[in-house]
Design a protein around this ligand. Structure first.
Ligand code: NAP
Length: 243
């Protein structure tokens, strides 16, 4: 049986992705920091799909625990999908290092810490697939969310380098750039409907990207065009814009 390791399994996008894999008979290794929520997910997914579901406690910012966590997995995962992330509050993070650190650790440092281990393992086995959820916010720093954006920019570059390194070993890396998605993370924001995907759309697109070995997945392709245009705005103009 194939297993997928889902890091940040309590995310709405992660749940939708877990359903896509489980309905095709994959076993699930669900890792997150909220044990109660993990138990609810396990019950739900086992009942729906009758596949083995294991739950594991995982805190992205507890770097020292990652090697032990990965070496003790009950099954070797063919696919590792990383969903955890933290939007945080830009203004608060400008004045409060703890908030800035939470954003950086949840979106970048924590990802590097655990994916370094997964990458070395897959490289040695000469198989496997790593799926990382980054963000279009990483395409250009904006005053309204450049702490989150810069951490995601780091993640995007990291995943790109990982893909470049692991291709020779037959290991594939998918970078996911979802655009806006209607999840718990964005429920307080007013998002424009045509630019907003549902978690279910993301889950389906991720499964397809895994099968097709897509390198960079733009869940809503319009976002690729939007970000191309945003990147082309000259800095002299961009710095005066209210973005
Ligand atoms: N929603 C969007 O519009 C959007 C757009 C682009 C990219 N993204 C990215 O997509 C991914 C999934 O987000 P989502 O929209 O599905 O939001 P979500 O439902 O809020 O999921 C975020 C997940 O990250 C977990 N998390 C945060 N900090 C963590 C830490 N230190 N250790 C372990 N887990 C941690 C949360 O766990 P808890 O349940 O314990 O808090 C939660 O499961 C994130 O990386 C996000 O940055 C989202």
């Amino acid at each position: 049986m194939n297993y997928i390791l889902i890091l940040g399994a309590t995310s709405d996008m992660a749940y939708a992705t877990a359903r896509e894999f489980a309905q095709r008979g994959w076993g699930l290794l669900l890792a997150a920091r909220n044990e109660k929520q993990l138990a609810v997910l396990k019950n739900d997914l086992q009942t729906r799909y009758n596949v083995p579901v294991h739950t594991l406690v995982f805190e992205a910012a507890d770097f020292g625990s990652h090697a032990d966590f990965y070496s003790r997995l009950p099954h070797q995962p063919e696919v590792t999908a990383l969903f955890f992330g933290y939007l945080g509050e830009q203004e608060k993070a400008q004045a409060d290092w703890e908030e800035a650190k939470r954003i950086i650790d949840a979106n970048y440092t924590g990802a590097v810490s655990i994916l370094n281990l997964v990458a070395n393992d897959y490289e040695q086995k000469k198989k496997g697939c790593i799926i990382g959820v980054s963000s279009v916010a990483g395409e250009r720093g904006r005053k309204s969310n450049y702490l989150y954006g810069s951490a995601k920019a780091g993640l995007t570059a990291y995943l790109s380098g990982l893909r470049n390194r692991l291709t020779a070993a037959g290991v594939h890396v998918v970078t996911v750039k979802p655009g806006f998605v209607a999840t718990r993370m964005t429920e307080h924001l007013k998002l424009p409907k045509p630019l907003t995907a549902s978690p279910e759309q993301v889950g389906k697109a991720i499964f397809k990207a895994y099968i097709k070995k897509t390198n960079v997945l733009w869940v809503l392709p319009v976002w690729q065009l939007i970000m191309q245009n945003i990147r082309m705005i000259p800095e002299a103009v961009f710095k005066k814009m209210n973005l």
